[in-house]
Design a protein around this ligand. Structure first.
Ligand code: NAP
Length: 200
């Protein structure tokens, strides 16, 4: 389960649980992104703090784990490097990469997209009202340009009503002094206020 998790919220948690059940996964490993190269210069809460909030949010689910694999890399984090590392740790395992559908749309700009698609199956989570034609377009591109013939078995879509919640909205709400309680686990809400995150 890859994401920036800035901050983690119930939409992410419902996505992970839904993917686990639908795809019969043994576990879901949340991997907070370290230092996304394309977000350089943007003000983001430190990787360590996003990792801590992810630990707080996932602790009560016995199938959920959190990995430091990307935040300890201390250089731009690429999904391909993470998948190669995971393959070494969990030998003979089948990997599913769960993330937001909009992130998956950009996969052709990622490092080594063909290798990524060889190493994992994508589970792309969509918000209510999501324009599915965008996914069809990227699937067509992958099929035509990269000659990936089994694309429908490589990118699965799951619709998650709880993804009406978004990290961007939560950050904006804090900035505007609006409540965020019940959009994310209470411990994380308290931590955000205690640390003064997202105030500006
Ligand atoms: P993002 O652009 O911040 O998010 C795109 C959309 O997807 C947002 O609407 C976001 O909503 C949603 N989203 C993100 N993670 C999600 C998750 N786990 N479950 C459900 N919705 C999710 O995307 P990002 O967080 O930076 O990147 C997502 C993943 O793709 C990360 O693991 C990242 O490392 C990987 N990635 C890799 C490369 C590369 O290898 N070159 C490039 C880009 C991204 P919220 O804001 O509410 O989360």
């Amino acid at each position: 389960m890859g994401g920036t998790f800035n901050p983690i919220h119930y939409g992410h948690l419902v996505t992970a649980e839904e993917a686990r059940i639908q795809f019969n996964l043994d576990r879901v490993i949340f991997i907070p992104a370290g230092d996304p190269y394309y977000k350089k210069g943007q003000k983001i809460v430190t990787a360590q703090q996003r990792y801590l909030m992810t630990i707080m949010a996932t602790g009560s689910n016995p199938y959920f784990y959190v990995s430091r694999i990307e935040i300890d890399r201390h250089k731009p984090t690429y999904t391909i490097d993470t998948l190669i590392e995971l393959n070494k740790i969990y030998k003979d395992s089948q990997f599913f990469f769960i993330t937001g559908a909009d992130a998956v749309l950009d996969i052709l700009t990622w490092k080594n997209p063909d290798d990524i698609l060889n190493l994992c199956t994508f589970i792309a989570a969509t918000r209510p009202g999501y324009d599915m034609s965008k996914i069809d377009e990227i699937k067509k591109k992958l099929k035509d340009e990269r000659e990936i013939t089994n694309i429908n078995t490589k990118i699965h879509i799951i619709r998650i009503p709880a993804l009406a919640i978004s990290s961007t909205d939560i950050r904006n709400r804090v900035k505007e002094g609006k409540p965020i309680r019940y959009l994310l686990p209470e411990g994380v809400v308290n931590h955000i206020y205690k640390m003064g995150f997202y105030k500006e």
